[in-house]
Write a protein that binds this ligand. Sequence first.
Ligand SMILES: Cc1cc2nc3c(=O)[nH]c(=O)nc-3n(C[C@H](O)[C@H](O)[C@H](O)COP(=O)(O)O)c2cc1C
Length: 169
Amino acid sequence: MQVFDAIRTMLAVREYQDRPIPDGVVARILEAARLTGSARNRQGWDFVVVRDRATLRQLGALASTGKYIADAPLAIAVVVPENTTGYMDGSRAAQDMMLAAWAEGVGSNVVTSGNTPEIKELLGVPRERMILMLIPFGYPAGKVGAGRKNRKRLDEIAHAERFGQPFGG
Ligand SMILES: Cc1cc2nc3c(=O)[nH]c(=O)nc-3n(C[C@H](O)[C@H](O)[C@H](O)COP(=O)(O)O)c2cc1C
């Protein structure tokens, strides 16, 4: 899949088939994170890979905006230092993982309610670090609407040279 096609078609996937993700695909998702550029190339991130069914169920029970993690075959916790660089680096790695997964037919979504003491304890994340997001992954249970997205028009968000000047293309 071409990069732009992956961006064009990827949507949030919250329902998953009861089907494991092959180890090779998991490895590729993590490799996408590892290869992502970070501020000053510090790579101050960690990724906790969860495939244990009981742990996934617990994550679903604990993450207030990600109950559906309980039914995913895989979730990856993106762990960063709690600062702007951490947020930016972690978000870039997350998007690369999600696009790499999508190119393999694997859907995912961002869950941002993972930085609780209970979830940090469950995953053994050090107190001083932050779970920036939990990303459940899985083969989509339903048909994902090929590229139909509810987004603002480009002329609402793109500006030519100066803010407020319409971008004509
Ligand atoms: C920063 C951020 C936080 C998000 N947090 C959650 C979340 O906690 N739970 C959830 O189900 N979706 C979450 N999402 C997913 C968004 O709801 C989703 O990307 C958006 O609605 C667009 O969905 P679509 O690509 O399917 O159109 C989050 C997305 C982002 C970028």
